[in-house]
Design a binder for this molecule. Structure first.
Ligand code: G6P
Length: 614
């Protein structure tokens, strides 16, 4: 949540900050701001709205200077307005700070500072934080780095901060705890950002800061990292494997559409080097050392949030069916607060696109503390969760920028399928012939997704046009397609603001059936699998009550076509792999409806892509 960018070097900071903030806008976009040291004083610009609004607000004002910080905000303390936007000055206007996270004891600190004569202009915990640093600095005449370090010992909560100092134009300080921060190390210049995307076009050398680390960047000096106890740290400089083109829209109107269309590639990349149909082998280097542990596991607990939680639910079906391991899928935010029973025989698997979600991270830490083996499926290389876990696998979906997750979901499901197959085979819970059939079907998925994207888009667009003004939607699926129904409903809610619910099709009778009338479109996944006949009955029940049915069916289906109002065909595949195909038209449906309703598809209101606050 919230995006941070910083620059210190010989170039003009402002264009670097603005470009970087645009890359980080997925992290929050209700206000933004920059502060630039012009060698004499600090120019600060901030306003409510998106980074484009900030650019307009800056207009032709002077933005000269080679040291600066920028922020795009997702509000926690204080409503999104010009005053609460970051950066925040200290009282003397000597220090300027931006902050991602929440300071839990800010109220106590604020009262102390008020009693010492400090006034506050905003409602933010950040303004309290920067004044705390100023107060510490002044009271003992300390250097800024030292004052920051002492202040960090006094605050409780999560933070990634950057701070610059009017009286010293050659310094930029940053620190982190529970919120991500990456330092880019160029030739005579440094970059700071919440992730590597604002940095990649200037340098590929980066340092992912660890919790409790403080980085002191000075012009003409080497990178200096200390911990909160003032012990010097040796930074681990690593090379980024990220291409600039991956961060552009590449001719599509929206990142979301680009990412939907990238799925043949992203699923393929997630399979590459892991699936060998000819040899009949699945190889997952990342969890190799934990295969035995998996085989002996009494239980697998999957923790995740949002779309990743839906992927986890698909994983439950896959692992129970193929590897016969009992699976529990938990919302990370619930798991972490309910004193869960976890022990050293359990495997806790976190699924996270960003690898930064605060609740997922905390759930993992809790499980680790209880002795469980903790594994991860993450998309962002080098992310906090990927570094915390004992082992895991990357999804290789490439950067996902649209706030509504699409290609990350199918890549997560791909990985879960590979894992369940691998472990099932090792345990001997899956017949060789079935294993071969599934891996061969899995191998065809990227081409089938490509074919599906070509064939279904116009039809889905037509359906979107019929229902763009609906106020409610119901999504139904059974078995492994129940999570697909949940995911379809979530996509619609997220980007088009239409109320939608996902349900297991048979549960309809226990409540949602009361909602059905001629105004209520129902999206039903009715593919030819083990529950086909049952789903057909569910559709009939809905039709008997005048419900409007949009059914996702297997190519060549005739039965559902006769009763449903609209059908969307997907290619035939193995029952367990249907989610990888059935999800695609649902993503497109929500996309087209959102566009037709004039919604901001890539940056839906109130949401952020990476939720680093609880
Ligand atoms: C936010 C995003 C969702 C995402 C969820 C979990 O809510 O808007 O798209 O599914 O966080 O994020 P993660 O990065 O952990 O998968």
């Amino acid at each position: 949540m919230c995006g941070i960018v910083g620059y210190l070097g010989e170039r003009e900071a402002y264009p670097i900050l603005i470009k970087g903030l645009k890359r980080l806008e997925y992290r929050g976009y209700d206000s933004s701001g920059v502060a630039i040291h012009n060698n004499k004083s600090i120019d600060l610009f901030k306003c409510k709205g998106k980074v484009a609004d900030l650019e307009q607000h800056v207009g032709n004002s002077s933005t000269t200077g080679g040291v600066g910080i920028g922020h795009t905000r997702w509000a926690t303390h204080g409503e999104p307005n010009d005053v609460n936007a970051h950066p925040h000055f200290s009282q003397s206007e000597n220090l300027v700070m931006i902050h991602n996270g929440i300071i839990e004891n800010y109220d106590v600190i604020k009262k102390q500072l008020v009693s010492r004569g400090y006034n506050f202009k905003s409602d933010t915990d950040t303004e309290v934080f920067v004044n705390l640093i100023e107060d510490i600095q002044k009271s003992a005449n300390l250097k800024l780095g030292e004052a920051v370090r002492i202040a960090l010992k006094k605050v409780v909560g999560a933070y990634a901060i950057t701070i610059i100092d009017k009286s010293n134009p050659n310094i930029l300080i940053a620190a982190k705890k529970s919120s991500p921060l990456v330092v880019g190390v160029g030739k005579g210049e440094f970059f700071i950002a919440s992730d590597a995307t604002p940095i990649v076009e200037y340098t590929k050398n980066v340092v992912y800061l660890e919790d409790g680390q403080i980085v002191i960047l000075k012009k003409g000096k080497d990178l200096k990292v200390v911990n909160i106890e003032d012990v010097q740290q040796t930074p681990y400089v690593q090379e980024l494997d990220l291409q600039l083109e991956e961060l552009e829209k590449g001719g599509y109107d929206h990142f979301m559409l680009k990412e939907i269309y990238e799925q043949p590639r992203s699923i393929n990349d997630s399979l590459r080097g892991r699936l060998d149909v000819r040899k009949g082998a699945v190889t997952l280097g990342g969890i190799k050392d934990y295969e035995q542990k998996f085989t002996n596991a009494q239980r697998l607990i999957i923790v995740a949030c949002g779309t990743s939680w839906h992927a986890g639910l698909v994983g439950e079906y896959l692992f129970e069916e193929l590897a016969r391991i009992p699976v529990e899928v938990e919302y990370a935010s619930e798991f972490r607060y309910r004193n869960p029973i976890v022990n050293e025989n359990d495997i806790v698997l976190a699924i996270s696109q960003s690898g930064e979600t605060a609740d997922t991270l905390a759930a993992l830490e809790l499980a680790k503390g209880k002795g469980a083996t903790i594994l991860g499926i993450c998309n962002v290389v080098g992310s906090t969760i990927s570094r915390l876990t004992d082992a895991g696998s990357y999804t290789h979906a490439g950067p996902e920028i649209g706030v509504a997750s699409t290609k990350a979901f199918t890549a997560q499901v791909t990985l879960l399928t590979l894992m369940a197959l691998k472990i099932g085979r090792k345990k001997g819970t899956i017949l060789e012939s079935r294993f071969r059939l599934i891996i061969s079907a899995l191998d065809s998925i990227p081409n089938q997704v490509e074919q599906l994207l070509e064939t279904c888009n116009d039809q889905v667009k037509y359906i979107a046009d019929q229902f763009k003004d609906s106020r409610n939607f119901l999504y139904l699926g059974r078995g492994v397609n129940f999570p697909v129904a949940l995911e379809g409903a979530l996509k619609l809610k997220e980007i088009s603001y239409i109320h939608a619910e996902g349900y297991p099709a048979a549960e309809m009778k226990h409540g949602p059936i009361a909602l059905i009338d001629e105004e209520m479109p129902m999206v039903v996944i009715a593919t030819k699998d083990a529950s086909y006949e049952k789903v057909v009955s569910n559709i009939q029940e809905a039709k008997a009550r005048k419900g409007i049915v949009i059914a996702v069916v297997t190519e060549g289906d005739t039965q559902v076509k006769e009763i449903a109002d609209y059908t969307i065909e997907i290619p035939a595949t193995n029952d367990l792999l249907v989610p990888l195909l059935a999800t695609i038209p649902l993503q497109l449906l929500s996309y087209h409806i959102a566009v037709m309703r004039g919604c901001n598809v890539d940056q839906p209101r109130n949401l952020a892509k990476s939720v680093t606050v609880e």
